[in-house]
Write a protein that binds this ligand. Sequence first.
Ligand code: SAM
Length: 252
Amino acid sequence: MLSYQHAYHAGGPADLHKHIALAEMLTLLTRKPRGITYIETHAGRGLYDLASAETAKTGEADEGIAKIDLPDCPFANAVKSVRSMHGETAYPGSPAIAAALMREVDKMHLMELHPAEYKALSVNLEGEAAVHHRDGYEGVMAISPPKPRKGLVLIDPSYEVKAEYLQVAEFTRKLMAKWPEATVMIWYPILKAARHKEMLAALRLPHLVDEASFDLKDNEGMTGSGLALVNAPYGSEAVFSRTREIAARVLR
Ligand SMILES: C[S@@+](CC[C@H](N)C(=O)[O-])C[C@H]1O[C@@H](n2cnc3c(N)ncnc32)[C@H](O)[C@@H]1O
């Protein structure tokens, strides 16, 4: 199903949780000189405008990025970088955050299935990543294990269909069998039905979890945001604690 558009949620509390943790994790993984591979199964368009009608409609950015004073940190650097190129209301999607942190030795692959989002992503990340117009689950499996072997996969679907929770768990298990060196970061919404619990149980792999609550006026039943890390590297707990410190005014 491709009706989901991330522009409505850009810069909201869930984005802050995921994006600050992503920036911290990529900083951790790129500490050593050896290159890494960074892959996204569900990339979106890579760049958003917080002054857009979509963002204004939900008001999520007002409950998120607008509420915090960013300290000096990798996420703040990514925000500064897109704002210097695209203006003060620009907000980086996960691909642009990664692009701000990747080095010459690193490789980035982005999967996006929606034709318009793919087109925008190709323009926004031109020259920074290999951008693939294909199903993220199939595409990532096809290119794994990549070179460099050390790396991070972000799985960030919209969960519009219930079956996606178990699909994510099954995909992660298969991916880890094919690419055991990978670290996988899974984002999930926390909703009343709590389907994420079935997903985490179905992973059947050791993982680290960080779940944050927040208030949203029009939340469509979402009360929080979760991140699960499979094959979490040493230092991952600090990634989550720094994320919470930076976004303390928004995430509980
Ligand atoms: C939550 S958004 C991604 C947001 C992005 N990761 C970020 O944080 O900036 C999910 C995206 O996945 C895309 N999508 C949906 N199903 C897909 C699939 N099977 N494969 C690849 N992309 C898909 C949607 O078009 C949407 O752009």
